[in-house]
Design a protein around this ligand. Structure first.
Ligand SMILES: NC(=O)c1ccc[n+]([C@@H]2O[C@H](COP(=O)([O-])OP(=O)(O)OC[C@H]3O[C@@H](n4cnc5c(N)ncnc54)[C@H](O)[C@@H]3O)[C@@H](O)[C@H]2O)c1
Length: 355
């Protein structure tokens, strides 16, 4: 799985003035795990490993996990912070109200992939500018056998009655950007029938190399798939896209892997379809909201293989996005431009894939 860094900053920032900036980082708390690895930098305690660098350059760096509500630590700093750094694993939701209140905000960096915790339309309206870049991580697994083992059971039939080969099955990805394409490339040796739906067709050479067939119409692809993998960003078009009606277009017994964002699904429709057995398996690590509340229906629905949002949190990934954040901050302090392909919102305009 990928991660990226999303940067959002006011268009005037490239002419940014010198001087100390107020930088707020919102990460998860590591508590007793904080000291277990010196490279564990993606948490409050690790603070991306950039504290001494920032402070020695005269900047003020505040780090917290307290992000929700008007009494939160984050809220206290919104009005005068210049930079906000957050991760998709413990996202600081940058709402239209917060953007309005954040009079000094010049740059928002996301250590990880995705900008959906930022109200991009409000960011565009406020003429903020944003950007992203990418790298690689690992896959999800289903866990019923593990559960049997830890519960003292041994019940092969309990698993075998609904276990299938991947070989020969039809796997479709909704979204074939960086992650969707890698998924298709990796599935090729499993001899699956590979389909993909995207707004943009992959170039013919790569399409041939991957061996995947383009499905322009999502509703035509859905009933063909034994496995559907969701790899689109969360946008105004994809929010709640997989509702009761869309799920009904899928094959009964479909397996869904949602790598992208929880809010692309209608939460209750997924829980109902898992309960009825229409969806035979639902897996992923993305929820809405995050952290998922204790009563989130996906925690309790049958046939799921959900984990907390942990993909992209390997120590290697943390070092990559910490270094990416540092590089972007460095360019920002120097008033330098960023590569065009990484913009998400630029001078009031959303990048194509977010429209
Ligand atoms: N679970 C995780 O830890 C994790 C990690 C990385 C990324 N993600 C999520 O995965 C998403 C995809 O990542 P990526 O790096 O492949 O992004 P990407 O921008 O490279 O690819 C997204 C693809 O989706 C397509 N798309 C956008 N809107 C669409 C629509 N309405 N219908 C069909 N296709 C549409 C785009 O054309 C593009 O090809 C990210 O936006 C992020 O939300 C999750």
């Amino acid at each position: 799985m990928f991660q990226s860094i999303v940067f959002v900053f006011r268009s005037s920032v490239l002419q940014t003035s010198a001087g100390g900036k107020k930088i707020v980082g919102v990460f998860y708390q590591a508590s007793e795990y904080a000291d277990k690895n010196p490279n564990f930098v993606g948490c409050v305690e690790g603070a991306l490993g950039i504290r001494s660098w920032l402070e020695s350059n005269g900047h003020h760096y505040i780090v917290t996990d307290d992000k929700e509500g008007l009494d939160s630590e984050l809220e206290k700093h919104i009005e005068d912070m210049h930079v906000l750094i957050t991760t998709p694993f413990h996202p600081a939701y940058v709402t239209a109200e917060r953007i309005k209140k954040a009079k000094n905000l010049e740059l928002v960096l996301t250590a990880g992939i995705g900008s959906d915790h930022i109200d991009l339309l409000a960011a565009a309206a406020a003429r903020l500018t944003g950007r992203a870049d990418a790298h690689l991580d690992s896959a999800q697994e289903l866990l019923p056998g593990y559960q049997q083992v830890v519960q003292g059971e041994w019940n092969v039939a309990g698993i075998a009655h609904r276990a299938y080969d991947l070989e020969g099955k039809t796997v479709g990805t909704v979204g074939a950007g960086r992650i969707g394409r890698l998924l298709l490339q990796r599935l090729k040796p499993f001899n699956c029938n590979l389909l993909y739906h995207d707004r943009i067709q992959i170039n013919p050479e790569l399409e041939k190399e991957i061996g995947a067939i383009f499905e322009e119409d999502l509703d035509v692809m859905l009933p063909k798939c034994d496995v559907i993998v969701i790899n689109t960003p969360l946008t105004e078009k994809t929010r709640g896209m997989f509702n009761k009606e869309k799920i009904a277009k899928m094959k009964k017994g479909v397996i869904i892997v949602n790598n992208a964002r929880g809010a692309i699904m209608d939460t209750q429709a997924v829980a109902d379809a898992c309960s009825s057995g229409y969806i035979a398996g639902y897996g992923g690590d993305v929820w809405f909201p995050q952290p998922a509340p204790k009563d989130h229906p996906w925690r309790y629905m049958p046939n799921h293989a959900m984990t907390p949002h942990t993909s992209g949190t390997t120590i290697d990934a943390q070092l990559r996005y910490a270094s990416g954040v540092k590089d972007m901050l460095d360019r920002y302090f120097k008033g330098e431009d960023f590569p065009t392909e990484n913009y998400i919102v630029k001078e009031g305009e959303l990048a194509g894939q977010y429209k």
